[in-house]
Design a protein around this ligand. Structure first.
Ligand code: HEM
Length: 238
C-alpha cells in the first residue's frame, strides 16, 4: 500500500511562507491605496522582479545551508520558495506585458530590438516556467533522470536574471558603470551558492566544520570516519 506521510508544517516552513507572501500583500495594499510612487507601473514591476530574484536566491540557498548545518527540514523549502519565485516572476511579466504594454504585441516587439534586457528576462522566464510546470511529484517520477537534468537549469535562469538586472540598470561590470551594486551582490551570492555544490568544495566544507548533534546518525558516523581522510567519500547530499 502507498502510505502517505502526513505533512507537518514546522515554524520554519510557516515563517518561509509568510516571508514569501507578505511582500505580495504589501504590494497589493500600496497599489490599492495609490502609494506606489509617481510611476506606479514601474515601481510595481521593479518590486515584483526584485522579490522574484530574492526568492529564487533563497530557494538556491537551501542546499548550501544544509551542507553547512545538516538541518534536514530546510531542504523541504526549496520547492515552495522556487514556486513563489515563479509566482513573482509571472506577476512581474504580467505587469510589463499586460499592464504596461496592454498586450499590444507590436509595441513589445518594436521595443525588443532596443531593449536587450528583455531577451535575458524572457530566457529566464521560459526556464522558470518549465521548472514550475514539472514541479509536480507525478511528473517528477515520470521524468526520472531527465527531471534532475532539467532542474539544473535553475542556475542558468538565475544567471540570466542577474544579466537582465545589470542591463536594466544600464550597468557595466567591466566599466563599473550604472547602479550595479545590487546585481553584483546577487551575482556574487549566487556564484558562492553554486560553488558550494561542487563535490570537492562541499566535502572540504563538511570536513572542516563540526558535525552537529542533529545530523542523521548515518551521516554523522560517515563524516566522523572521514575526518582527515580523502575528500569525495562522504555520503551524497539529499
Ligand atoms: C519576459 C520576461 C521579462 C520581461 C519582459 C521583464 C521586464 C522588465 C522590465 C521592463 C524591467 C525594468 C523596470 C524598470 O526599471 O523600468 C525589469 C526589471 C527587473 N526584472 Fe524583469 N522582465 C522579465 C523577466 C524577469 C524575471 C524572470 C525576473 C526574475 C526572476 C526578473 C527580474 C527583474 C529584476 C530584479 C529587475 C530590476 C528591478 C529593479 O530595478 O529594482 N525579470 N524587468
Amino acid at each position: 500500500m502507498n502510505a502517505r506521510k502526513p505533512f507537518r508544517m514546522t515554524r520554519l516552513h510557516l515563517a518561509a511562507h509568510l516571508a514569501a507572501l507578505v511582500p505580495l500583500a504589501w504590494l497589493a495594499v500600496d497599489a490599492l491605496t495609490g502609494s506606489l510612487t509617481a510611476n506606479p507601473i514601474q515601481a510595481a514591476t521593479q518590486r515584483a522582479g526584485l522579490y522574484a530574484l530574492s526568492l529564487l536566491t533563497a530557494s538556491l540557498a537551501c542546499t548550501p545551508i544544509h551542507i553547512v548545518t545538516h538541518y534536514g527540514p530546510i531542504l523541504k523549502l526549496r520547492k515552495p520558495l522556487g514556486l513563489y519565485a515563479f509566482m513573482y516572476a509571472a506577476l512581474h511579466v504580467f505587469i510589463v506585458v499586460g499592464v504596461d504594454y496592454a498586450f499590444v504585441w507590436e509595441f513589445l516587439l518594436e521595443d525588443l530590438g532596443e531593449k536587450r534586457y528583455i531577451f535575458a528576462g524572457l530566457g529566464a522566464f521560459i526556464i522558470l516556467s518549465a521548472l514550475a510546470a514539472t514541479s509536480f511529484k507525478k511528473i517528477k517520477r515520470r521524468m526520472g533522470k531527465r527531471w534532475k537534468q532539467l532542474h539544473k537549469l535553475v542556475y542558468l535562469a538565475a544567471g540570466l536574471v542577474v544579466l537582465h538586472f545589470t542591463w536594466v540598470v544600464k550597468g557595466s561590470v567591466e566599466r563599473l558603470a550604472g547602479d550595479i551594486l545590487q546585481p553584483v551582490l546577487f551575482g556574487t551570492g549566487l556564484a558562492v551558492l553554486l560553488a558550494m555544490r561542487v563535490p570537492r568544495i562541499k566535502n572540504a566544507i563538511r570536513q572542516r566544520l563540526p558535525v552537529p548533534r542533529w545530523a542523521p546518525p548515518g551521516q554523522r558516523a560517515a563524516q566522523l570516519k572521514n575526518r582527515g581522510g580523502p575528500a569525495g567519500s562522504l555520503p551524497p547530499d539529499l
